[in-house]
Design a protein around this ligand. Sequence first.
Ligand code: IPE
Ligand code: IPE
Ligand code: MG
Length: 250
Amino acid sequence: MHVAIIMDGNGRWALRRGRARGAGHAHGARAVRAATEAAVSAGIETLTLYAFSSDNWARPAGEVSSLMRLFRRYLKVETKRCLLNDVRVNVIGRRDRLDFSLLRAIERCERLTQSGRALTLRIAIDYSSRYNILAAARSLGDLRGRSEQDLSKALDVVSHSAVEAGPVDLLIRTGAEQRLSDFLLWECAYAELYFTDCMWPDFDGDVFRRALGAYARRERRFGRLAPAVGEECAKAAAPSAAPLRETVSA
Ligand code: IPE
Ligand code: IPE
Ligand code: MG
């Protein structure tokens, strides 16, 4: 199962407590640990977390640089914990605009955790779904005769996805907003969407389990009829055991 999370609401969490937005981001990093551990216990194969969108570069320079520092520190500190939990880390998104020290931390964490099998944790930094789709299409050149798999592979390459993640089954967004903000548009074609008012720093195993519970009650149809409706239709279409009585007399 592939779960993706838009980790939103750090700034509002902090402002409500009379603190600077940076405090929200710092607490948000702790919630990442909680989400990862809950995903491992739930037996989820892939967890993709939206940490920084390509549009987030438009935020004040101070906020951007403190987020970049936070990512670097997170990757350094969490590598050990990921190794203990058998978690493989993979950062997706553009790398050409990241600071050299962050790049080094990403590469180190990915290298050390590459044999993790319990969970693939994908962290999206400088990520834009539209950018990826356009870059992937461009990299394929002439699109005639190209399969959906070709495009998926090209998307993995441009977003640096070392592991093929496949479509998203459940997309969670915290922070009381209901939009995708350019996240995994291709992969979410049939994702179940779950929105919660919980601000990201308050996210924990309980919120995660509630989302998984809601997902378990959904009926995924992928364009087909619901099984119960399908059975009804099949019954109605099947010839009945007793032949219909001739109503027209000769
Ligand atoms: C999400 O929290 C984290 C990032 C986008 C980096 P926000 O910073 O967007 O928090 P709000 O939406 O302002 O509360
Ligand atoms: C989306 O949150 C990006 C991340 C959570 C990293 P934003 O807070 O940037 O999204 P918008 O601007 O409200 O759509
Ligand atoms: Mg936000």
